[in-house]
Design a protein around this ligand. Sequence first.
Ligand code: CP
Ligand code: NVA
Length: 310
Amino acid sequence: MKGKDLLSIADLTSEDVRQLISDAVDMKAQGWLSMLSGKTLAIMFEKPSLRTRVSFELAMRQLGGQTIYLSPAEVGLGQREAVPDVARVLSRYVDAVAARTFSHKALEVLASNSSVPVINALSDWEHPCQALADILTIYEKKGELTGLTLAFVGDGNNVARSLMLAASLSGMNFRIASPPGYAIDDKAVELAQSNAGGEIVCTEDPRLAVSGADIVYTDVWASMGQEAEAEARRKVFASYQVNSELLSLAGEEAIFMHPLPAHHGEEVAEGVIDSPRSVVFDQAENRLHLQKALLAEILGGLEIPLAGFR
Ligand code: CP
Ligand code: NVA
């Protein structure tokens, strides 16, 4: 993976995913290292962030590297400056760029004009770092990945798309229940099916999706940039809330996942995030460990022996 971009989970093979999970398990056990000493990551965000920003900053520091954060106001991507020029300038300064953009197209233009690797820190189309950290969390909680069933309830959005692709590369079954008009796109479904992992099921029925599942996952009904649609979406998605009644249909040992930030009382009922099934804060922590693994792979210099993942 050295020198490569990560714009989509589709940029990865199943072996890449296994390697990243394996590296992340090791990173988590090792703590602070120095393998990225002398390397700098630019973190360029067009949208707000808590987890992604903090975990990328810490990931670089814990590997001996540096970060430079560029806020939404400073970036002005495509407004103050053309995206290709931003890419060419940053490439002269830093060793990699982690970018959060509204448009996935802007991210692709940024990457195609950068001579350094570009990592998708969330776009309107995918959130690959979240999906990889989620696969790490599932592996830790379940001790395996192949054959597990993940049920996503809600919008067929950036988080769902990356998760479906990552789950299918990991040999998992993936079911998604979305209201009419908010289904995940057919192209991504075809891609996930071609990964030949497990079964992919798309339905409008949350009960069908969740029935017997090992993992129940949801995300906000209105993503960043869709604030104007929030009220309309609240009505459309009302029967897609993950609550104790829906969770009771899942497997006995099922875990609950959410990328956060969450709207308690909307997509997830009050109390679910605080319940014993919830692993949402493990997911948040694992962003750090997974991104350390990713940065170490992309920027080179893995000094540690791999262990811990079958
Ligand atoms: N899950 C996630 O990406 O959170 P932030 O938007 O806070 O980075
Ligand atoms: N789908 C959400 C995820 C936030 C981490 C969004 O794009 O806002």
